[in-house]
Design a protein around this ligand. Structure first.
Ligand code: ATP
Ligand code: IP8
Length: 274
């Protein structure tokens, strides 16, 4: 097990695309009321407690619809896809602008951090990212706001970086204390709660209990090329093995993100190593 010491008083958070956008739409549309409320919860937590933060947000239809239209998740195979790289990225930048603006309006020292300019994937996994730049901005008191994106991929030519991969990658490499993934369900359930109303919420998931407590881990019911809850749990179990605990919480519920950021645990599902 690769346990790196935690040094940074850093919390990494991911704002799920299912919360900050109208993910069920095919047309990109913000969920403005959720975004404004979450920006305020983040600002209040930063005012309440002294810590550093790195924010990642997901894509919703701003990314998934275009990535699917141009098959960017399947690698680079024809010229038509090249046009789609810039188009998908432009929509993600538009969403990123709105997230950063909402945070700045609440007084957070937020700044966009564009993954495609310096990040490289290999078979969908980050093998290069300007961590030294990120670290310097964080030390300066800035809250970098990054996102899922279209990246160069050493093996497939082009690929999709999911925020569900970027957030644990940053948490591990910058030795964060904690990672909070915010989405539109209360945590990890025994089955997809949107398809199975009798699904049970699992308070703690570990590499040892995952096969016993979870019957079905699925994607999203909306257009999604990066794997929904199944991807999150795999990424977070991998992070737990490296020594960073995380929690998946429902940030459509007012107050949950604030409570998690100021230190409350057990709001959703904790993912840890034992
Ligand atoms: P984005 O990927 O756009 O950032 P997000 O991270 O907020 O969005 P999704 O990727 O849509 O969220 O994943 C959350 C969805 O996963 C839930 O809405 C739920 O329907 C689905 N899901 C599938 N299986 C499960 C499960 N076992 N427990 C909980 N949710 C599940
Ligand atoms: O919503 C996906 O990011 P995610 C990014 O965090 C694109 O998985 C461009 C589809």
């Amino acid at each position: 097990m690769d346990i790196t010491p935690k040094q940074n008083n850093l919390t990494v958070i991911k704002l799920g695309g299912s919360v900050i956008t109208k993910k069920e739409n095919e047309e990109p549309q913000l969920n403005e009321s959720n975004l404004k409320r979450l920006a305020k919860e983040i600002a209040d937590a930063l005012a309440e407690k002294d810590f550093k933060m790195f924010i990642v947000h997901g894509a919703g239809p701003f990314g998934h619809v275009f990535a699917k239209k141009y098959n960017l998740h399947l690698g680079l195979h024809d010229d038509k896809q090249v046009e789609g790289i810039g188009i998908t990225h432009r929509w993600m930048q538009l969403l990123n602008y709105s997230v950063v603006k909402a945070l700045q309006d609440e007084g957070v020292k937020a700044m966009p951090f564009q993954p495609s300019a310096g990040g490289i994937l290999c078979d969908g996994r980050l093998v290069q990212f300007p961590l030294n730049v990120v670290e310097k901005f964080i030390d300066m008191g800035i809250v970098p706001v990054s996102h899922g994106d279209v990246l160069l991929d050493n093996r497939t030519g082009i690929g999709i970086l999911s925020g569900d991969h970027l957030a644990p990658y940053i948490a591990h490499n910058l030795r964060a204390n904690r990672l909070v993934l915010g989405t539109d369900v209360d945590g990890v359930y025994s089955n997809d709660p949107k398809r199975h109303p009798d699904a049970r919420l699992i308070p703690v998931v570990t590499p040892n209990n995952i096969d016993d407590v979870v019957e079905e881990l699925a994607g999203s019911i909306a257009v999604d090329v990066t794997g929904g809850m199944a991807r999150k749990v795999l990424e977070l179990l991998d992070l737990a093995r490296k020594g960073v605990e995380s929690e998946i919480i429902n940030i459509t519920k007012p107050g949950n993100l604030y409570k998690a950021l100021v230190g409350e645990k057990g709001i959703g599902t904790i993912i840890k190593n034992d």
